[in-house]
Every structure is written in C-alpha cells, then in structure tokens.
Design a protein around this ligand. Structure first.
Ligand code: DGP
Length: 219
C-alpha cells in the first residue's frame, strides 16, 4: 500500500455536553454544580467549564445584581428582559465552548427566568418567548426540596427573592409548568453525597448512550 492510501487513526473530537441545574433558592444547586464539575473534569477527564446565570460580571449583570441586593427598583418585565439579555449575551460563548469540546455545568438558565417571572404573575408564554433560540441543555437536573427545608439553610433571606411565600410560587411554576419527562427530578432533601451519586450515575449513563452525538438543540 502506498503512503497515500495508508489508513491513519483519527479520534474525532466530540462536542461538549450542556448540563443544567435548576430549582428554587437554597436547594443545593451550587454544591451539586461543583461536585459534578469535579466528576466530569477529574474522574472522567473531560474538559469542563462551570458557568452560572445571572452572570453578574457583565453590564446587564451589574444592574441585575443591584436589583437583587435591593439597591435598584425596576419594572418586572424590564427586569425579565435584562435577565434574558444576560443569557443571550453568552450565547456565542456557550456554543463556542460546546463546539470546542468543553462540557458545561451551568447553575440556572432560561427556566429560572420563566419560573421567577411567571411566579410574579407575568404571562408564562411571554416569559418563555424571550428564551426561544438559545442553545438548549442536553440534561436538566431539577433539585426538589420542600420550601420550608430550603428556608432553614444558612444565609437565607439576604436577597430580594428569598421570601417563603414567593419561593413556594416559584416551586409551583417549576413543577406545574416547566418540569417534564425529559427533566431529571432529584430529591435534594438527602445527604449531599447521595444526591451527587445519583446525578453522576445519570450523567455517566447519558454519556454511554451517546448524548454528545446529537446536534446541539435550541430552546
Ligand atoms: P443565584 O445567583 O443562583 O442565587 O440567583 C440569584 C437570584 O436571582 C435567585 O433568587 C434566583 C434569581 N434568578 C436567577 N435567574 C433569574 C431570572 O432569569 N429571572 C429572575 N426574575 N430571577 C432570576
């Protein structure tokens, strides 16, 4: 066989996986994001990045942060659009990371936007409309916990939305209108390690089943 026809072994680069954590405040999302990041990057050796929304470092994020800390008043719809813009301005970065083979573990995204605004009484479809076209997650973990148990956790009550009645409404929107059979509902009212183990197993199984082989979808 001449050199032109020699077969060369190539390893095709796979795109990254977009994994999202959603849920009301203080249900343990940040801890689980951190834990899954460790599992993907260290245990599985996959290039992985950790992101969170709102991204408080951008210009929209600065206004959002000021609102969340009760320093700025804003119309509810204007605020919704700002949160949505905060995600849209990351769209190209998200796609770049995924296409370059980096998996993403993301703390909150479009569904938080819809749940928190719809819980204020804003029309659900209007809220959802702003998110249409953003890259869709491959896997969504919804951390489920009784509102009373979440409120007992440290630091609760410092930011604008951390009020029991409002958190109950958010939970209600998630569970009646957003969570569907494609989401992974995780009982977060258990020891951290038990929750992480269940999440890791779901992720491992999804990778084994070729979750990265399908094209990136849009919301
Ligand atoms: P976190 O950094 O995850 O603690 O989020 C800050 C707060 O902002 C938290 O109460 C959840 C809320 N939040 C996150 N995303 C959105 C959004 O898109 N819209 C609204 N209204 N609130 C959001």
């Amino acid at each position: 066989m001449d050199s032109e026809h020699k077969t060369t072994e190539t390893t095709e680069m796979k795109r990254g996986i977009f994994i999202l954590f959603e849920g009301a405040d203080r249900v343990g999302k940040s801890t689980q994001v951190q834990s899954l990041f460790g599992h993907l990057s260290t245990t599985l050796g996959l290039p992985t990045k950790q992101l969170r929304f709102p991204d408080r470092t951008t210009q929209t994020g600065t206004i959002i942060n000021s609102y969340l800390q009760n320093s700025t008043q804003l119309d509810d719809r204007a605020l919704h659009l700002l949160f949505s813009a905060n995600r849209w301005e990351s769209k190209d970065t998200l796609l770049k990371h995924l296409n370059e083979g980096n998996s993403l573990v993301v703390d909150r995204y479009s569904y938080s936007g819809v749940a928190y605004s719809a819980a204020k009484g804003i029309d659900f479809d209007w809220c959802f409309g702003c998110e249409k076209g953003l890259p869709a997650p491959d896997l969504i973990f919804y951390l489920k916990m009784d509102t009373e148990d979440a409120t007992k956790r440290g630091d609760y009550g410092n930011e604008r939305y951390e009020k029991v009645d409002f958190q109950k409404k958010i939970k209600e929107v998630y569970e009646s209108k957003l969570v569907n059979s494609s989401w992974n509902v995780i009982n977060a009212n258990r020891p951290i390690e038990e929750v992480s183990k269940e999440i890791n197993e779901i992720v491992d199984r999804s990778i084994k089943n070729g979750i990265q082989n399908k094209p990136i979808q849009c919301i």
